[in-house]
Design a binder for this molecule. Structure first.
Ligand code: ADP
Ligand code: MG
Length: 325
C-alpha cells in the first residue's frame, strides 16, 4: 500500500508546489474563504495550510488519508464541480513526507489530528483548534531520496509555490489567500467582491495595476463556448509563459493547445521568444471537455479543439484590432 502510494506520489507530487496545489484545492473544495500558507525551505522542510472550511469529522480522518477515498464523487463523470475527485493526494503526500492533518467540523467540541509518516498512520487524537483544517507537510520526499535530488533551490521552489497560488487565486477572488515564510517575501491577496469587478481586482492584485489598466477586455462566444478575460497589450510581454492564465469552467489549466492559440493570436505583434500576458476564462458544456486528463498537468481535451482555437485567436485579434494594435 505504501509503495503504491509512493508510485502515485511520483505522478501527482513532483515538487513542493504540487503539494501546495493539492492542499489548496482541498481547502477550496471544503468551502474555505481564508487560506493561509506557510512554507520553509522552499516547501521542502515545511508546508502548512490552514483553512476555515467545513473540516473533516474525526471518524473520517483515517479515510481521508487512505487511497481512493474521496467524499467528492458524483455519479455523473462530467459533473465534476470539485477540484479534486480522485482521493489520491493525501495518501500520496503521506507516503513521501511526515503529514499531519488536524481538522474540526462546526459541530465538534474539539479538533482531531491524524499523522501519516512515510505511509504509517497514527491517530486520530483530540487537539485544540478552531473550525477548519490544518494540513502540515514536513520533510517532503524524505522517504524517497531520489526525488529530493531533483529539487531546485529554496528560492526557486518558493517562487513556484507562489505561482501555483496566484494561478488558482485568480479563479476564486472571494477567497483570501496569504503566503508567508522565512524563504520568501509574503504575499497577501485580500478577498475581493464577486462578479467581474471582483475578478478584475483579483487579477490586478496578482498581475499589477499596470496590467489591468492597459489590458483589453475579451468577451466572445461561438457555438456555445464563451470566452471572457483580458488580453495584455504587446508591450506588456514576458520571457516565459508563467503569466498566461487559462481557466476552463472555473478551474485552472495549463494546456498546450491554449498556449498555441495565444501565440497564434499575437504572432504578428510579439516576437516568438516573448510571451504575452493573458487571462482567459473558457466556459462550455462540461460534456464537451475533459479536464485534468493527467493529475498533475491539468491539461484538457476539447471535443472540438479547432472551435476553441478559432475562438481564442479570433477574440484576441479582434480585441487587439479594437485598440489599434
Ligand atoms: P480528493 O480531493 O480527490 O477527494 P484528497 O486525497 O485530496 O482527495 O482528499 C481526501 C478527502 O479528504 C477529500 O475528499 C475530503 O473529504 C477530505 N479533505 C481533504 N482536505 C480537506 C480540507 N482541507 N477540508 C475538508 N476536507 C478535506
Ligand atoms: Mg484533493
Amino acid at each position: 500500500e505504501t509503495i503504491i502510494n509512493q508510485i502515485a506520489a511520483g505522478e501527482v507530487i513532483e515538487r513542493p508546489a504540487s503539494v501546495v496545489k493539492e492542499l489548496v484545492e482541498n481547502a477550496i473544495d471544503a468551502g474555505a474563504t481564508r487560506i493561509e500558507i506557510v512554507t520553509a525551505g522552499g516547501g521542502k522542510n515545511l508546508i502548512r495550510i490552514t483553512d476555515n472550511g467545513s473540516g473533516i469529522a474525526s471518524d473520517e480522518l483515517a479515510l481521508a488519508v487512505s487511497r481512493h477515498c474521496t467524499s467528492k464523487l458524483t455519479n455523473d463523470v462530467h459533473d465534476i464541480r470539485a477540484l479534486g475527485f480522485r482521493g489520491e493526494a493525501l495518501p500520496s503526500i503521506g507516503s513521501v513526507s511526515r503529514l499531519s492533518l488536524k481538522s474540526r467540523t462546526a459541530d465538534a467540541d474539539s479538533g482531531f489530528e491524524i499523522g501519516v509518516h512515510g505511509g504509517r498512520v497514527e491517530g486520530p487524537r483530540p487537539t485544540p483548534m478552531n473550525g477548519g483544517t490544518i494540513a502540515e507537510v514536513r520533510d517532503l520526499f524524505f522517504a524517497t531520496p531520489a526525488r529530493l535530488k531533483f529539487m531546485k533551490t529554496d528560492r526557486a521552489e518558493a517562487s513556484a509555490i507562489g505561482d501555483v497560488v496566484k494561478r488558482v487565486a485568480i479563479a476564486f477572488p472571494h477567497i483570501r489567500f496569504s503566503i508567508a515564510g522565512s524563504d520568501r517575501t509574503p504575499l497577501e491577496l485580500s478577498a475581493t467582491g464577486v462578479g467581474s469587478a471582483g475578478m478584475l481586482e483579483r487579477i490586478s492584485q496578482v498581475l499589477g495595476k499596470e496590467f489591468t489598466e492597459n489590458a483589453i477586455a475579451i468577451d466572445a462566444e461561438r457555438d456555445g463556448v464563451r470566452l471572457t478575460g483580458f488580453a495584455g497589450i504587446p508591450a506588456f510581454n514576458r520571457a516565459n509563459s508563467l503569466h498566461q492564465f487559462a481557466y476552463v469552467n472555473g478551474r485552472p489549466v495549463r494546456d498546450k493547445q491554449i498556449w498555441g492559440a495565444i501565440r497564434g493570436a499575437y504572432a504578428d505583434v510579439i516576437s516568438r521568444d516573448r510571451h504575452p500576458v493573458v487571462v482567459l476564462f473558457l466556459n462550455l458544456d462540461p460534456a464537451l471537455v475533459d479536464v485534468n486528463v493527467h493529475p498533475a498537468k491539468a491539461d484538457v481535451r476539447f471535443r472540438d479543439p479547432g472551435l476553441v482555437r478559432g475562438l481564442i485567436v479570433g477574440a484576441i485579434r479582434e480585441a487587439l484590432g479594437r485598440s489599434g494594435i
